[in-house]
Design a protein around this ligand. Structure first.
Ligand SMILES: [Fe+2]
Length: 336
């Protein structure tokens, strides 16, 4: 039977790939955003700044602090890249979210398993780079290679995951063909693209992309449902008649674009302690915007719950870019 040999989690936000002195590129967008979700409520920038003024978050937005945190991020992503090269799994199952990449408002599946024979991380779109909001072109470079890269998909495992999910009463969506737009094939989304580029270093390791709708109302699955779906994936992998060594990846999170260190500490502690009740009791309303990607980690915790791999939090790095507390809190972890 196949064996789950390793797990890892990595944030994937644009700030990871942005020089500290340029973190302000996204600050203007934060100031203009009228609807920041934070602890179940919605605030405009000024309201958020007022609400959080006693936290003195401006102190954590000094260039010297940013630099120190940027270095910690790079160090941990390098460590994850080195570790996976050392583990050399036959397959990586990546749990990420689709953020209006493959799926739009016309159809938004809660859970999707991709089972085409290959998946393409498309080349950087130079034209599109000129049209995106300030600060986002940098992340496009972090997610896309110079030319199209094709990665094999272990179809047998993808089918085993689908069959197990249906047997476990998860009526998931499946896809065996990348969607297209007027320019052609739409590449795999940022959650998988970033992992390919920054952690797998473009090595064509076979991958099964699993996409969650963490972001878009009204059908985001609850933390409990994400965890249970993960457990189903775990059963599928361990029951798959193969001698392959499989690694699992959680992509994205933790809190952003309003950082909430209390939330992050609670969730990371629950993951470290395998505390299912703490995960299930976290209200769905806490998982909004980028923070919702924490559900990718919860699904991975579900996958790994059936193994004796232990989580090690390599680092937690809150990267503030405004005094109102906007930015992205990064987390990096392994399960060994
Ligand atoms: Fe993301």
């Amino acid at each position: 039977m196949a064996e789950i040999v390793y797990g890892f989690g990595s944030s994937h936000g644009p700030l990871l790939s942005t020089a500290p002195e340029k973190w302000d590129l996204r600050a203007q967008a934060d100031m203009e955003n009228p609807a920041h979700p934070f602890r179940g409520e919605i605030y405009n920038y000024e309201e958020l700044r007022e609400l959080r003024k006693d936290e003195n978050l401006g102190d954590q937005n000094q260039l010297s602090v940013r630099q120190e945190r940027h270095e910690r991020n790079q160090k941990q992503m390098d460590a994850l890249a080195e570790k996976i090269a050392e583990v050399e799994p036959d397959i990586v199952v990546v749990v990420g979210d689709d953020q209006h990449e493959w799926f739009q408002d016309d159809i938004q599946p809660s859970f999707t398993v991709y089972h085409g024979e290959k998946v393409i991380n498309t080349a950087l779109d130079q034209e599109k780079m000129k049209t995106v909001q300030p600060g986002l072109a940098i992340s496009m470079c972090a997610n896309h290679p110079g030319e199209d890269h094709a990665y094999p998909v272990p179809v047998g495992l993808a089918h085993a995951i689908i069959e197990q999910a249906i047997g476990d009463e998860f009526d998931i969506a499946t896809s065996s063909e990348q969607p297209k737009d007027e320019k052609g094939l739409i590449g795999i989304g940022h959650a998988v693209g970033f992992i390919y580029r920054r952690i797998l270093r473009d090595k064509p390791v076979p991958v099964v992309p699993i996409l969650l709708n963490t972001f878009f109302p009204p059908n985001q699955p609850t933390p409990r449902r994400c965890y249970r779906f993960g457990q189903s994936i775990g059963r599928a992998i361990r029951g798959w008649n193969s001698d392959k060594r499989v690694a699992i990846c959680a992509s994205g999170g933790i809190s952003h674009f309003v950082i909430d260190e209390d939330f992050d500490n609670r969730i990371l502690k629950a993951l470290l302690q395998r505390d299912e009740d703490a995960i299930f009791n976290e209200p769905n309303a806490m998982f909004r915007s980028g923070t919702s990607e924490t559900k990718n980690w919860i699904a991975v915790a579900g996958i790994l719950s059936g193994t004796d791999l232990e989580m090690d939090l390599l680092d937690y790095v809150p990267c503030y870019r405004t005094e109102a507390g906007t930015g992205n809190a990064m987390a990096f972890a392994t399960w060994t």
